[in-house]
Design a protein around this ligand. Structure first.
Ligand SMILES: [Ca+2]
Ligand SMILES: [Ca+2]
Length: 655
């Protein structure tokens, strides 16, 4: 995997720090060697595979397909993908990548004409194929002419029939019961897919040529420092806690992904069903003992204790209350005048956890998403700040001075809530970190960074206390599409939040679990529940878990982000970090392109690193080793594999 070092010196003319590809339009780079030659970071011509002169001729798409298209809809349909011949070919075989069926597929070539299509030749049928590529020999060879357009058609008698496809083509369809191919066809327009199907002059399978590498070049400046990383983790639901079933899940998150910061959700916020007494300043001990010794709370205390045993403590645990309140407090909307009663309910739970259960945690998210209903007890901004002030005073009165808040955790833009908080010194003294939720590519984290820059509290940091790529239906008991593209997206979202200045991030959510405030199973987990109906629950990591672990395993708490300048395209993200205590250096990035990328870089103001090591996660491999690369005269050149999330690490101690 090691590539020859081609970069000796690197001069970068772009001064601004970059970490996401959108910001790169003005970056210009020039490289030169010590001998004064000017050259590109990599010369794609040198690594481009030889021309395909010896390859058999073909027409169609050799690609594996990133999706599948069903070719049955209340009956059989002839599905055809359109291609133009680049050369004259004497076709003998059609290859198609199909889904496994108990039935039969067959293929054909049609000549594209003005109004219809004319059958040229059909293939033999293939029965009971497995999932993947299969040859369909043509009944007799067909001469295909350069620049002529053809339809490669596929047809099946099985309702589960499907064909692999990529985007960016033209398909046509015709409803026709499976049988002998019609000699002429009038197609209806289909979609924009390009089937994984081709016709060739040889019966041997033709493999696609690897795409040539593209190049990116950067300068990392250890002297230009940005935010310090607090840590990463997930939202985790107390209700799913079952030590036997979840111990392996906890091990994956803490030991494999290196997660240190968990937001423990407890819903609904309705546990004080009857007011303890009519004085919010005096906690009725017997009433609260009964609540906090109930089986419902035993599960929460057990979960927090298990996290403590796993080494997660202090600011590593945020206790988060979700959903609506008891009826007497107003239910979904806090009744004005009862702010101190709400504060007493919340403070009594924290007090019990600390005093009676001796649990080690320091952060409290007192009410989730106060700007909307049902996600937490709804409170408008002014009432919210009054309630937080009452809570801060209650906590201090209980001697819980070290318990601090993460807030406001709004569902939408939190500006009005934050502006109201900033005006209250009691609340601000109790605020540990701004908390933000973002289900977009950094919209909320950009807003949060802007707010902090313009506020009087520019020393405060912000945590992404919920983030992920939207998972449609996943709040309502439906499973999402957990493919590599979605998993890679979760990693890109994390890097975007770090690019915007976040110091911690907690993905929504760690593992699938049941939420009382949605009255449904939630299927957002980066670790999936295999079967919610099974009496004993089992779990499996999804691609988004592996994609996040690829980043968080190598970016440890205490590392400081440092500036990257230059051109990172075609990478979508590239961020650099340096931990001056651990003397470690980390580059995190995503290459969404189908090509490898030659990443050339220069390291400035960083302790001497002798070599860098690459690890990557892709659709087909997790945390794979990508080899070691030398650092010579503070410069390196690394081949980043196609379509992957990656970490490049180095340690001054390696020297
Ligand atoms: Ca009360
Ligand atoms: Ca009371």
């Amino acid at each position: 995997m090691q590539s020859p070092l081609t970069i000796v010196g690197l001069l970068v003319l772009a001064a601004q720090s970059i970490c996401a590809a959108e910001t790169l339009r003005y970056a210009t780079t020039v490289q030169h060697t010590r001998r004064g030659e000017v050259r590109l970071a990599a010369d794609p011509a040198k690594v481009r595979p030889r021309a395909n002169l010896v390859r058999p001729g073909f027409i169609g798409n050799l690609g594996e397909g990133s999706t599948t298209d069903t070719i049955w809809n209340n009956g059989a349909w002839i599905n055809a993908s359109g291609f133009k011949a680049d050369t004259d070919i004497n076709a003998t075989t059609i290859w198609a990548k199909v889904g496994q069926v108990a039935g039969t597929y067959q293929c054909a070539i049609y000549l594209a004409q003005e109004d219809d299509a004319k059958l040229l030749q059909a293939t033999a049928a293939v029965a009971k194929p497995t999932d993947g590529w299969h040859p369909f020999p043509l009944t007799s060879p067909v001469a295909l002419k350069k620049d002529q357009r053809y339809w490669l058609a596929i047809w099946s008698d099985d309702p589960k029939a499907r064909v692999y496809a990529d985007e960016g083509g033209t398909t046509k369809w015709a409803r026709q019961d499976f049988g002998a191919w019609p000699t002429a066809l009038k197609f209806a327009d289909g979609n924009n897919l390009r089937f994984s199907i081709y016709a060739a002059s040889s019966p041997e399978r033709i493999l696609p040529l690897p795409l040539p590498p593209k190049a990116a070049s950067i300068t990392v400046d250890g002297g230009k420092t940005l935010q310090t990383v607090a840590g990463f983790g997930a939202n985790v639901n107390y209700l799913g806690w079952n030590e036997k079933e979840l111990q392996s899940v906890l091990n994956w998150m803490v030991d494999d992904a290196g997660w240190t910061h968990f937001r423990v959700a407890f819903d609904n916020a309705d546990w004080e069903t009857v007011n303890d007494n009519d004085d919010p300043k005096v906690m009725a001990a017997a009433a609260y003992q009964k609540i906090y010794n109930s089986p419902r709370f035993a599960r929460l205390w057990d979960f927090l204790a298990a996290l403590n045993r796993k080494g997660i403590k202090g600011e590593g645990i945020t206790l988060c209350f979700m959903g609506w309140g008891p009826e007497w407090l107003g239910g979904e909307v806090l009744t004005p005048g009862l702010e101190e009663e709400w504060a007493e309910m919340v403070a009594s739970a924290v007090l019990h956890a600390r005093r009676e259960r001796k649990l080690d945690f320091q952060l409290l998210a007192p009410t989730n998403e106060p700007d909307v209903r049902r996600e937490g007890i709804h409170m408008p901004p002014v009432q919210y700040v009054l309630a937080l002030r009452k809570l801060a005073q209650q906590l201090d009165a209980c001697g819980l001075n070290d318990i601090r808040l993460v807030a406001p955790d709004t569902a939408g833009p939190g500006g009005a809530y934050k502006a109201a908080m900033v005006a209250d010194p009691v609340v601000m003294a109790k605020l540990a970190h701004w908390g933000d939720h973002d289900y977009s590519l950094g919209g909320a984290s950009r807003g949060s960074a802007d707010f902090i820059r313009q506020s009087r509290f520019s020393n405060l940091d912000f945590w992404m206390t919920e983030f992920n790529v939207l998972c449609h239906g996943c709040n309502d008991g439906r499973r999402g599409t957990y493919d590599w593209k979605y998993g890679r997206g979760t990693a890109q979202y994390l890097l975007e939040h770090l690019c915007n200045g976040a110091t911690a991030a907690q993905v929504w959510e760690g593992y699938d679990s049941y939420y009382a405030h949605h009255k449904a199973w939630g299927f957002w987990g980066v670790i999936g529940l295999d079967d919610e109906k099974a009496p004993s629950k089992t779990y499996s990591p999804r691609p988004s878990f592996h994609a996040l672990a690829q980043l968080t395993k190598y970016l440890r708490p205490g590392a400081r982000r440092i500036e990257v300048a230059g051109a990172i395209e075609p990478l979508s993200h590239l961020l650099a970090f340096h931990d001056s205590k651990a003397r470690s250096f980390t580059l995190l990035g995503v290459n969404p392109a189908p090509n490898p990328v030659m990443l050339g870089g220069a390291l400035e103001s960083l302790p001497g690193l002798a070599q860098l090591e690459l690890h990557f996660t892709s659709a087909s491999t997790n945390l794979a080793s990508g080899g070691k690369y030398p650092v010579v005269n503070h410069a390196f050149s690394i081949t980043i594999p196609a379509d992957c999330v990656f970490a490049v690490t180095g340690s001054a101690a390696d020297r």
